[in-house]
Design a protein around this ligand. Structure first.
Ligand code: NAP
Ligand code: F7E
Length: 330
């Protein structure tokens, strides 16, 4: 039975990946931080075969201890400060966790696994935010980076370091450059989930409007459940490498609103959406659209859920959850 360690187990991707790997027959360990983390119950209720180990990306000793305890075949490093807007307010913490955290995990693997032909396979959660002010359209593995946020800068550091540890120490370290991926498990701070959960509440008469920032930026949005399979496929290859994972379609926030409000039976979203400058960013990523041609050719990976299917899945899940919550409160 293969053994996998996932950091960021309480996040959106950690939850999907743990279920995916358990389904493949892995023994899965999730790294959990903090004292009495309330999300521990959520993830073990969801996946009763998941085991938890303590650790924090800010603490090298805790990472070494986790690796020694788990003895993993594969490590998926998903933990991060992942909210771009927060990274502008807390840039040092973002660099510490999203950037230096990768260094600490790679060092832990180097120390625990030995220098040459390290048997532990490593996955780094890199991001399309690294492309930032995009140098070409669509973005590929060869597109130069121009990050536009402290988060993007920290991810470039983690990505470059992953490549360096692969080249310097022969570690089987791969980097997935994933474009935005969403789901009913997406955090409420991200724009897609903020829209679908607010819309569900508007539909149920529990809320009147949604305050948003920039509606013009465009994202290549896929489904998280599809994307975790690509992470696993990368670690099954003989050679480690970097792969863009995306749908190849781009949509603005306005288009997301169009599809979501139409699904909910509204002619227009405009009466329900207000602009709040608090959600604007000091520098923005205007356009993201990825080419996953390499992943298709080498990994045989393709997304299954399209944009409309994703919006529908998220809205319907939020409508059901909000209705359940409202009836419980009555
Ligand atoms: P997420 O929902 O925000 O989850 C982040 C995870 O990181 C949480 O489990 C959190 O644990 C953990 N974490 C934060 N600080 C930590 C620390 N100091 N030590 C250990 N764990 C810590 O993120 P996600 O959407 O699942 O994304 C997973 C990864 O992919 C992230 O690295 C993200 O930057 C990257 N990524 C995401 C996307 C996307 O569209 N979702 C696209 C490209 C790349 P707590 O519960 O304890 O806070
Ligand atoms: O913003 C605009 C905002 O926060 C998307 C992370 O998973 O994907 C994610 O980062 C766009 C931006 O995601 C609101 O200005 C407008 O242009 O949902 P988001 P993100 O910044 O693209 C990448 C690939 C990651 O790696 C990250 O970890 O939507 N926007 N109004 C808004 N965004 C938010 N959050 N809230 C608003 O009210």
């Amino acid at each position: 039975m293969k053994r996998a360690l996932i950091t960021g187990i309480t996040g959106q991707d950690g939850r999907y990946l743990s279920e995916f790997l358990t389904g493949k027959g892995y023994q899965v360990f999730g790294m959990i931080r903090g004292q009495n983390n309330p999300k521990a119950k959520l993830v073990t209720d969801e996946n009763p075969r998941l085991e938890l180990v303590e650790g924090d990306l800010r603490d090298l000793g805790s990472l070494i201890a986790a690796l020694e305890q788990v003895q993993p075949d594969e490590v998926y490093n998903l933990a991060a400060i992942s909210f771009v807007q927060l990274s502008f307010r807390q840039p040092e913490l973002t660099a510490e966790i999203t950037g230096l955290g990768v260094l600490r995990m790679l060092e832990a693997i180097r120390v625990v696994g030995g220098m040459e032909n390290n048997p532990i396979r490593f996955y780094q959660a890199s991001s399309s935010e690294m492309f930032g002010k995009v140098r070409e359209v669509p973005q590929t593995e060869a597109t130069p980076f121009h990050p536009r946020s402290p988060y993007g800068v920290a991810k470039v550091f983690g990505h470059d370091l992953t490549v360096n540890y692969r080249e310097a120490y022969g570690i089987h370290a791969s980097s997935g450059i994933l474009f935005n991926h969403e789901s009913p498990r997406r955090g409420h701070e991200f724009v897609t989930r903020k829209i679908t959960s607010s819309l569900a509440r508007i539909k149920l008469g529990l809320q009147e409007s949604i305050s948003l920032g920039n509606l013009e930026s465009r994202r290549d949005w896929g489904y998280a459940g599809d994307y975790v399979e690509a992470m696993w496929l990368m670690l099954q290859q003989d050679e480690p490498d970097d792969y863009v994972i995306s749908t190849g379609e781009t949509h603005s926030i306005r288009e997301f609103l169009d599809v979501a409000f139409h699904l909910a039976g509204y002619d227009s979203w405009e009466p329900y959406v207000t602009h709040d400058t608090r959600f604007d960013r000091p520098s923005e990523v205007d356009l993201l659209i990825g080419s996953a041609a390499k992943a298709k050719e080498k990994l045989g990976w393709e997304p299954r859920v399209n944009f409309e299917g994703l919006v529908k899945m998220m809205y319907e899940a939020d409508l059901e959850a909000e209705a359940r919550e409202a009836s419980r409160e009555q």
